[in-house]
Write a protein that binds this ligand. Structure first.
Ligand SMILES: [Zn+2]
Length: 441
């Protein structure tokens, strides 16, 4: 029925790339990633499709706001690549607006599509920024099928992933122009891995793996007011950057595909391809980083609820200019929420800890963050013996100590623990308190 990721082999892909690309092209690396993995692991496309179908079938249940903790890795060489805290926080704000339909430009949506626009009720909470200076150049190796895995490994000049099961990791770096030999064929602005980890994931496949799960964004398209321009191929000016590339890539990470259905990555597309979402009209091609509201690429084909609708260029999963994108559809929202409560539910665990911590009154920690030791003050001298446990973000106990009745203060030496967010749990027959402790060196 649908043909999402045709399994072209790379050697066949190259001549068509060269023939088709008279000018270099901007694109999301998800296209390239899909093509490469589908080639190397034919089961992958089936697995993703099954994930997708399961996500659609799962009922969303009662609607509550879901919060995703975010770790941003800034892997930089040139000073302009070392993005400021303020710019990173502004990007998180853009995500919060776009995923909650709180963005200021919702009014730009054509009225004919207002009824399909939805809010995901997903919030993003910046936990920490990890900065790594590097001399590595992040070149996409199109022949090997690798999309810069080195940015995710400290030993290779990148920054090690931070508990990808529990945190959305976003790496920001300078993605080098995509080349075949000396010929520049395009620029990847970002890429992300969709959810996987199902029982039917092909055994022996390590692409993607836990250490490389997350989102990668070129530093020039991160943040709403990024100072470094990106030229649109063909000399039509600079890309409008409003922080929507991360919106697009995080949505891939939460299970969405491109709105035109990813028919053929570099070859011809057609109206038979679907993104699998019922409330997005068919399109035979992506937008060209423009705002063409006259584009109606599938006239008379698969009418959209009986209507012949133009292409939904306002959607975040198209390649429209960022100042024309302003919405997800209700169908897309449902998939993202279900993925978050299903294959990516680990992301919700740390914020659940917050809710428990808010009710505690038995202890306080300082300093927090810490580089090695932490003082724990018991707010009221404990009248009973208590158990103090430190757990890593996967909930594994990595430290335990009995606290005697009457203790008012204890100091823990945490030198042996790795960097990252931990939970400190105090429990006795009077209750339980959980506090988050960030170890950062
Ligand atoms: Zn994409």
């Amino acid at each position: 029925m649908r043909n999402f990721f045709p399994a072209l082999i790379v050697s066949m892909l190259l001549p068509s790339l060269l023939a088709a690309q008279s000018t270099p092209r901007l694109f999301c690396g998800n296209e390239l990633f899909s093509e490469m993995v589908a080639t190397q692991y034919p089961e992958w496309a089936q697995s993703i499709e099954k994930t997708f179908e399961q996500a659609k079938l799962t009922q969303a249940g009662q609607r509550t706001t879901l919060t995703i903790p975010v770790v941003v890795h800034v892997v930089w060489n040139l000073p302009e690549e070392n993005l400021s805290d303020e710019l990173i926080e502004a990007q998180i704000q853009v995500l919060n607006e776009d995923f909650n339909r709180m963005n200021a430009d919702t009014g730009n949506l054509r009225s004919m599509f207002e009824w399909v626009a939805g809010s995901a009720d997903i919030e993003f909470e910046l936990v920490t920024i990890l900065r790594r200076e590097t001399s590595t150049l992040f070149n996409v190796d199109i022949l090997s099928g690798n999309i810069i895995p080195e940015v995710k490994h400290t030993d290779d000049g990148g920054s090690d992933a931070f508990y990808t099961g529990n945190f959305l990791n976003i790496w920001v770096c300078n993605i080098q122009p995509l080349k075949i030999g000396p010929i520049v064929i395009g620029q990847i602005l970002g890429f992300a891995f969709p959810p996987a980890g199902l029982d039917n994931w092909p055994s022996g496949s390590n692409a993607p793996n836990e250490e490389e799960d997350g989102v990668v964004i070129d530093y020039r398209v991160f943040g709403p007011d990024n100072p470094t321009p990106v030229e649109i191929p063909g000399g039509t000016g600079n890309l409008v950057v409003k922080g929507r590339t991360p919106t697009h890539e995080v949505a891939h990470y939460l299970g969405l595909r491109h709105i035109w259905g990813d028919g053929g990555t570099f070859g011809p597309n057609d109206c038979a391809q679907s993104d699998g979402v019922d409330d997005t009209p068919y399109a035979d091609s992506e937008s060209a980083f423009d705002c063409d509201i006259t584009k109606n690429s599938c006239i008379g084909i698969e009418p959209f609820y009986g209507l012949d609708m133009p292409d939904l260029i306002e959607n975040f999963m198209d390649y429209s200019s960022e100042d024309c994108m302003n919405m997800f559809t209700k169908g897309q929202v449902q998939i993202m929420r279900n993925v978050l409560m299903g294959p990516r539910s680990g992301l919700l665990q740390m914020t659940a800890l917050d809710d428990i911590a808010a009710s505690g009154t038995m202890m306080s920690l300082m300093p927090n963050p810490t580089s090695g030791s932490v003082h724990i003050q018991f707010d009221q001298a404990t009248t009973v013996e208590s158990l103090l446990t430190v757990a890593d973000p996967y909930g594994r106990a990595v430290f335990k100590q009995i606290i005697a009745a009457g203790a008012t203060l204890t100091t823990l030496d945490l030198q042996g623990l790795s960097d990252g967010l931990h939970a400190v749990v105090l429990e006795n027959n009077q209750g339980v308190q959980v506090e988050k402790l960030l170890i950062q060196r």
